[in-house]
Design a protein around this ligand. Sequence first.
Ligand code: GCU
Length: 585
Amino acid sequence: MQETNDILISDYKQDYAGNNALAKDLIFMGGRQTYSLNGEWHYAIDQYDTCLRQKWFLEQYFDKDGRSLPVDFSFQDWPTISLPCSVNTEKPELFWYEGPLVFTRTFSWDMQENMGKKVFLRIGAANYFSYIFLNGKYICKHEGGSTPFMWDVTEYLEKENRILIVSDNTRNHLFVPTENTDWFNYSGVYRDIELVALPTEYLKDLKVNLVPHSDFSQIRIAAETSADSGIVTVEIPELQIATSMEIQNGKGEIVVEARPNLWSPETPILYDVTATFGQDKVVDRVGFREISVEGRDILLNGKKLFLRGVSVHEDSQFTGKALRDEERLTIIRTAKELGANYLRLAHYPHHENMAKLCDEQGILLWEEIPVYWAIAFDNPATYNNARNQLEELMCRDFNRASVIIWSVGNENLDSDDRFRFMGNLADFAHQYDNTRMVSAACLVDGETLSIKDRLAEKLDIIGVNEYIGWYSPNFEELPQLMNNSNPTKPVIISEFGADATPGLHGSVDDKGTEECQEAIYRKQIEVIRQIPYIKGITPWILFDFRCPRRTAAIQGYYNRKGLVSSDRTYYKPAFSVLQSFYREF
Ligand code: GCU
């Protein structure tokens, strides 16, 4: 038996209890030069978490007297995989795998060139728990499968380095999301892995926005720096802005008068913003717009708006969650072909490039954290995790004009714990960001058949999912639902829809046929279009997507509620029904 009792103990993760990467550890990345660690990594399937138990990252090949020891790993002889990726779509033998995976590679680092700099590791996202090791040292861990995390690795870097990542997508009731969702639990490190070298004093964050209710004439610029004091300069040349702010206690903020051309889906105008602090410089491209609600109206730049939307998952038949930018552009192009001006990025933060592309292409966005279904609302650690994921998302996408709504969850049964948990998240979002609306996709109140959820008092816009005609086949319930409801705030129907297997035909009553889906869309739109308090819809969903819960022969482990097939080529008739409705605007 081993000298150490590492395989005999159960609480082996106590050795990794510290160094939790959180939103506070994120650093603004706009325009920074990075050193990519994407590419060929060696990997192993580590079902029993033996790497963390036995501490493979120490590479103990000899005992204290120099005698060789047996080891259960061989980093350089392991097979390789190109990261970032969803391993499930890259390795057939890993398609259904869930659990710990170990990824490792070596890389050189120019110590001379980077002398005196602070170097941070940034991972765009890895699902779900990530443990990072560098040159045999435990660096940090991160919880959450959809948001970036960073850590200062300056002191650990050498000329020749080995980095090792344990990525574990095991599901759990205490996590966010829990063990039960309606989407595929892809494994692995699926967004960029990079190092960024900064001067010792650097810009930690830069937030730029139109000041709400300032008659579109004021721009707020807020900066955070690594140093307590100093001067941050900011330039927005096309607005003749060249100004500076004093940093005190690591923060500074100024408001400048300006009349930018306002960003909108029709006019997605972006301005180059440059900020400097000592030797540090960052850039961003920012659109200036105001989203607000008045009574039961949603206003963009003071004008009433109907959100012609559709829901999308970050799911690709080809690349899992590791979509390429051309796939994101296909999503946007298909949405525009539908006549959409708005997308619901369900049910978790999508890649940051989605919001950047929507800034450029003129698509409004609902972004969401995966507080989905039966979350452990009574568990403080679960709340802290959800809050941190929300903060990581808001910090990452704050400067994205396209993002107009933060959603704090989806389809959560009401309870005192749920109300406290999600109400606190909504309060936190409002406190963090006064430039956006806060919403959630709520359930219909089944007892009264109405849009009624006490969480609405914490929201600016009420999202509601209803599947009348599908899960609730009695279509009479839809006009009843609408007439039973009298919301005082704008409502978005955040989901309605029906499955249709591409090419499957039958009567309108045959569930799963294109005719049935088309009929449900027609009836839904016929009712919704008459309801004055509904100010947007995001039918479920633009593309068919992988889903382990959907085992019927006509589903084949796919949720078939897409308006378009999973390979994004086959348009079902319901697409045209929705398209016709959107063309009326
Ligand atoms: C739910 C849920 C979706 C799910 C959909 C469905 O409303 O929000 O994530 O995929 O319904 O049942 O297809």
